[in-house]
Write a protein that binds this ligand. Structure first.
Ligand code: AMP
Length: 279
């Protein structure tokens, strides 16, 4: 695996590869890698000649400075994991290589209904930070295909819109959520859970499954209320649990067969996300 820290060197190397018709698959991450991230690398390896990953804890997508400060950073073990997963290139820039001082974020405000709800309203400015960094990374890497996790469902919608508008040649891939054996969605933030919190955390997925098993014409509203009940009890602090239309994230006014249930919950000091598509 080749490690680049400078955008110019990365660009030069990748454009020479593209000139030889090498196809590039790109997996952007913020590091503290787990099997969820590595599943994206594996997916990219199936259809691209060269797999590029990036590790950059992007400050502009954090609306909470404490969250940015305490975000896990494990670059040494990340490098080992990437090498054993067959990643070809790692881009791990310093912040100064990615942002000029006082630089403004790009705006996602006209992206559609979905931009202002759920994560959009809970974390003001978050998606502006996401599109700002991805625009830079896509320009530097110039990938043929990109790989994102359904774990961040709303982010996938944002990235798809960014690609449709500004990078139409890129193929977008949304990859399945990788879970621990007990159902907890893998996340870099799981490492922050105490032993007790970790034991409770699988209830998040159980609540989503409860909605799924009780998803019927007559029972759907009750199913949502039951799931909210589970995650409204200590030690959980529920931020939202919403059942939405899969393509717009609009709330349901009547029963629909194909929906997505999205949840954000605080467990102690850790904010966890999960979702489940019901068909
Ligand atoms: P992050 O490092 O949290 O920014 O995540 C980088 C990429 O990995 C994003 O596309 C995430 O959606 C994806 N990802 C994170 N957790 C998982 C998971 N458990 N399963 C699949 N993909 C994931």
């Amino acid at each position: 695996m080749i490690l680049f820290k400078q955008p110019e060197a990365l660009k030069q190397f990748l454009s020479s590869q593209k000139a030889q018709n090498v196809s590039i698959g790109f997996v952007p991450t913020m590091g503290a890698l787990h099997q969820g991230h590595l599943s994206l690398i594996a997916e990219a390896k199936l259809s691209c000649d060269l797999v590029v990953s990036s590790i950059f804890v992007n400050p502009t997508q954090f609306n909470n400075p404490k969250d940015l400060e305490t975000y896990p950073r494990t670059i040494q073990s990340d490098i080992i994991k990437l090498m054993s997963s067959g990643c070809d290139v790692l881009f791990h820039p310093e912040e100064t290589a990615m942002y000029a001082q006082g630089e403004e974020k790009l705006s996602s405000k006209d992206y559609g209904y979905f931009i202002d709800v759920l994560e959009g309203s809970s974390r003001p400015g978050h998606f502006d930070g996401v599109i700002t960094i991805l625009t830079k990374l896509f320009n530097m890497v110039d990938p043929n295909q990109v790989y994102f996790g359904q774990k961040d469902y709303q982010q996938c919608m944002v990235v798809e819109t960014l690609i449709q508008r500004h990078f139409p040649a890129i193929i977008f891939n949304r990859c399945a959520i990788v879970r621990e054996e007990d159902g907890l969605a893998m996340s870099s933030r799981n490492t922050r859970l105490s032993v007790e919190e970790r034991k409770k955390a699988p209830e998040i997925y159980s609540a989503l499954q409860l909605v799924q098993t009780e998803w019927t014409q007559d029972g759907w509203e009750l199913a949502m209320e039951k799931a909210k009940g589970v995650l409204s009890k200590a030690p959980f602090e529920l931020e939202y649990l919403e059942v939405c239309k899969t393509d717009t994230l609009e709330p349901l006014t009547s029963f629909q067969k194909s929906v997505v249930v999205l949840v954000a919950v605080n467990l102690g000091k850790t904010r966890l996300l999960d979702n489940l598509i019901i068909n």
